[in-house]
Write a protein that binds this ligand. Structure first.
Ligand SMILES: NC(=O)c1ccc[n+]([C@@H]2O[C@H](COP(=O)([O-])OP(=O)(O)OC[C@H]3O[C@@H](n4cnc5c(N)ncnc54)[C@H](OP(=O)(O)O)[C@@H]3O)[C@@H](O)[C@H]2O)c1
Length: 321
């Protein structure tokens, strides 16, 4: 496993971050434990979770399986609320479920209309001052909003947002417009979720064929929609992976790693076997021509920040002074 600088923090983390959103959802505690053990065996030291995953159950499972392993890890959790008071208290609830005194990274999960950047950054400052988180960051923030929050932090001498967690893959490329260049310029760490776009780039779905029984495709209506829209590209993608002796999930990771702005892809799995399959993607380097070929497989003129997630925000996002 390679280790990379985490933005401007001076910390090093493994280039693969382990996503835990399926813990307590598609995998039980025993499988979650196997996944974490496999990750640690392969040198992963960065684990991502959130208060909202399975209504707190994911953090509870992590709390159980982290015992004796905490020292080795850089742990991130999130608060899905813009109320400064909730930002101050949600961390206590997360720490209780995680059975920890502190996390390494505390993230604002989603921007929403009615945010008060000064009060929110003040709340994050309180969390850091209390020793409950070492660093703070955000997810799903447009570049201008992150810059605005960090200007408020600088004016008040508060800790700044050190990372932005965003969806990015060969189909959802809107972040290439502003989020990635701005992060690179400002030394903001970029952690990428949805690297396989719900598993669509994991080779398990064959466009035009039945959805495999044991997959998120049976419960997430977005998967059949994307399969229909990008079927041809997905077929090419799977073939390209086979021709290059890569698992499609490895090709998706190799494609992401081509970007100098990407700090860590977050690999979310529902079994240890799936995690094992991801590792060689962190060794594979695409040439410029291979990168261009994969990118051209999908009809993705770079239209939207974060692949559409910011569309509503652009219209509705009001900040409160
Ligand atoms: N900040 C945010 O707003 C946000 C949002 C979403 C996620 N996240 C974080 O990012 C992580 C990853 O997100 P994601 O789960 O949406 O990622 P993803 O890469 O889009 O999808 C992961 C899914 O792909 C399938 N998969 C993975 N490896 C596979 C393999 N080798 N073979 C076959 N199938 C494979 C599994 O689906 P099956 O379960 O169907 O097998 C797995 O659940 C999460 O765990 C979470 O930590 C953050």
């Amino acid at each position: 496993m390679n280790y990379v600088q985490f933005g401007a923090t001076g910390q090093q983390v493994s280039e693969m971050c382990l996503g835990t959103m399926m813990f307590g959802d598609r995998c039980d505690q025993a499988e979650s434990d196997r996944i974490l053990a496999t990750a640690i065996d392969h040198g992963i030291n960065f684990v991502d979770t959130a208060a909202s995953y399975v209504n707190g159950r994911t953090e509870e499972i992590l709390g159980e399986i982290l015992k004796g392993r905490r020292d080795k890890l850089f742990i991130a959790t999130k608060v899905n609320n813009i109320d400064p008071q909730v930002i101050r208290t949600s961390i206590d609830e997360s720490l209780k479920r995680l059975q920890l005194d502190a996390v390494d990274l505390y993230l604002l999960h989603w921007p929403k209309a009615g945010m008060n950047p000064t009060e929110m950054m003040s709340a994050l400052n309180d969390v850091v001052k209390a020793g409950k988180a070492r660093f703070v960051g955000c997810c799903n923030f447009p570049a201008w909003l992150l810059a605005h929050f960090n200007a408020v932090a600088a004016q008040n001498n508060w800790p700044s947002l050190v990372c932005n967690q965003i969806p990015y893959n060969p189909i959802e490329r809107g972040v290439e417009v502003e989020v990635l260049p701005s992060a690179l310029a400002n030394h903001i760490a970029i952690t990428v979720y949805r690297p396989l776009i719900f598993g669509i780039l994991a080779g398990k779905y064959r466009p035009g064929e039945a959805i495999p029984e044991d997959s998120r495709g049976n419960t997430d209506p977005r998967i059949p929609r994307w399969l229909e829209k990008y079927g041809e590209g997905i077929t090419h993608f799977n073939q390209f992976a086979a021709d290059h002796k890569l698992h499609p999930a490895q090709l998706a990771v190799a494609w992401l790693r081509y970007s100098p702005a990407v700090t860590t892809p977050i690999i979310g799995v529902s079994s240890a076997r799936q995690l094992e399959a991801s590792f060689p993607g962190f060794e594979a380097n695409l040439s410029d021509a291979e990168y261009a070929e994969v990118t051209a497989m999908f009809d993705t003129a770079v239209k939207e920040e974060a692949g559409g997630a910011f569309v509503g925000l652009r219209r509705d996002l009001n900040l409160v002074a």
